[in-house]
Design a protein around this ligand. Structure first.
Ligand SMILES: [Zn+2]
Length: 270
């Protein structure tokens, strides 16, 4: 036996002992085993390879809409925002929440009281904000450096996602608390975001009916994508990319849908 194989043998013995040490007899459960079948974990999906976007529908029967759906997101948006035909009211209250890693994106989850908006007579409140690097929506075929999704829900659970495209340039002070928390995602930090300050100067936007851009690709999601991008510094975008990059679903066919234009009005709430 060479010195090398002796080392391996020793290592194996140590692992065997460790394993044996773990193999404690399992205590007999005293509680009755519930007869309710366990809820199935959703299938693992990713942005690459065998569990990537082209394969999502085949990974889980709950993901069928990813392939069979006809109103999917993201899409390629026209170069110019169509003339506004509606207006969104946005209330500018700050939002408190936690920043964590969802497994697919850096995400801020709102505590519940914060930014709200009224669209088509329905009131939606901010649930969470997350980042994609690069952007998911493209404009005239071109992706932006990143895209923020502000996911809103109304009382009935209908979803509206406000998309904000990001180009590289000056740092966004409003996003600093989110970015700083993204550098130490294991800490459970409470973060306050001034959502109104995150928005671009011009609030003209693209509006269309689409879907979640991640499995299960559920449709009937109202999309509002700001026509003017915001800027973030290369360092800020780099911080998000260090956590998750390439987390962008390819654009989907527009089909029979129409992209319309809209505007938004900010109301400050004191
Ligand atoms: Zn998203």
């Amino acid at each position: 036996m060479s010195a090398r194989s002796l080392l391996i043998a020793t290592a194996l013995t140590v692992s065997a002992v460790t394993l044996a040490g773990c193999a404690q007899p399992t205590p007999v459960p005293t509680e009755p085993v519930p007869s309710v079948p366990p809820v199935a974990e959703p299938a693992h999906w990713s942005y690459d390879g065998e569990s990537g976007p082209e394969s999502w529908a085949g990974l889980d029967s709950a993901f069928q809409a990813c392939e069979a759906g006809t109103n999917q997101s993201p899409i390629d948006l026209p170069a110019a925002v169509p003339a506004p035909s509606s207006s969104i009211e946005l209330s500018a209250a700050e939002a408190d929440g936690d920043v964590f890693d969802s497994g697919h994106a850096v995400e801020f989850e709102s505590d519940g009281d914060g930014e709200a908006l009224t669209f088509g007579g329905n009131e939606y409140s901010l649930q969470q904000l997350h980042a994609h690097v690069p952007s998911e929506h493209t404009v005239d075929g071109r992706p932006a450096a990143a895209e923020l999704h502000l996911v809103h829900a109304d009382a009935a659970g209908n979803l509206l996602v406000l998309g904000i495209l990001v180009t590289e340039g000056a740092a966004s002070d409003a996003l600093t608390p989110f970015i700083e928390a993204a550098t130490h995602l294991s800490d459970d930090d409470e973060v306050t975001l001034d959502v109104a300050a995150v928005l671009p100067v011009s609030l003209e936007n693209y509006e269309y009916s689409g879907s979640l851009t991640t499995p299960p690709c559920t449709e009937d999601v109202q999309w509002v994508v700001m026509g003017t991008p915001i800027s973030m510094s290369a360092e800020q975008i780099g911080t998000l990319a260090d956590a998750h990059s390439h987390n962008a679903r390819p654009t989907q066919p527009l089909g029979d849908r129409t992209v319309v234009g809209g505007t938004a009005e900010l109301e400050s709430e004191d």
